[in-house]
Design a protein around this ligand. Sequence first.
Ligand SMILES: Cc1ncc(COP(=O)(O)O)c(C=O)c1O
Length: 396
Amino acid sequence: MLNQKNVNLGKVRSSIRELFEYGKQRKAEIGEQNVFDFSLGNPSVPAPAEVKEALKDIIENTDPVALHGYTSAQGDYSVRKTLANYINARFKTELSADCIYMTCGAAASLAITLNALLNKGDEVITIAPYFPEYKVFTENARGILVAVAGKMGTFGIDIHNVKNALSPNTKAVLINSPNNPSGVVYGEEDIAALANTIAEYSAAHGTEIYLISDEPYRELVFDSDIKAPYIMNYYPRSIVCYSYSKSLSLPGERIGYIAVNNQMEEWKEVYAAICGAGRALGYVCAPALFQQLVKRVYNVTADISVYKRNRDRLLAALTEYGYEVIKPNGAFYMFVKSLEPDAKRFAERAKQFELLLVAGDDFGTEGYVRISYCVSPQMIERALPAFKALADSYKN
Ligand SMILES: Cc1ncc(COP(=O)(O)O)c(C=O)c1O
């Protein structure tokens, strides 16, 4: 008998992937230009020129045996040291190389961190809307995901909901900002209130609760007055799961890291558990060539001006057509209120206009759809009449 849970995970595609596959089929039928595929979060801008230059230089000037060989399980020391120094300079932390564990992107960072922290039955609180894989990763680490609704209307953190969800079994609170799917960036007030709430609860109940920040979109913040606070500055028992997938447009290369806050008493134990979980999950080490790459381009970001332009255009047009949209300040997603109570039916109806939108139900929030606007500005222009026609179809 096979592990049925995994058979099901393998057979039942996520509805995002399902929609993406439908889009491919539809494009073959009616032409690429005529399908408005807003389903996937695949960066649409190329990796910055610095990436190509650095890769060429590394390949030409490094001994290939050393370059392509295994690194230490936690990652090359000089890479980790460079990243720790950069984080320290940027966020006023005091991390050492031994706080950094190199990973195959944010998905691996999360899977390893959750496996490191959780015992059977431990609970992980997250804020809806949330990335659907959180449930898969948490359950695979034998934990239980407890999703609480974000603030209605803004999708910030609703502290009352978090307070109500805290229990003696809470092992971690997992947040994601800038957020997939809402594009919301949690402000300083949100983060400080969350940190205080968790700290108070754990002090009163004698429990240890970790704050995990999933940050593949940290660099994708559009407006200079919007800042994504660094959780290590607010809460000692914190862990950052970072990735270069979106900031450098390298999702297929699988590179990121986990940073453990050394302001918590037991940080060396936590780091050891992370090394152990990475080992048990069979990761061996993060891609060696891309470790060397991020050592060189750690402070470079892809040209995100296209995402900002897409956001501004869509936000203005959809609002004009009568949609209710939460203004996204980061990432490349927009969460739009469905024009009928059932967002799945709304997304089905959108297909009649060749618009591929993901129902918010998959992100733990009903009544909304997600638009991934990491697409060309030309596609946005072509899609606008379809958005208008969809909205008009509800007026008749
Ligand atoms: C919120 C969130 N977390 C994690 C990931 C996984 O990112 P990575 O490609 O770095 O594994 C994604 C990818 O879309 C995401 O949106």
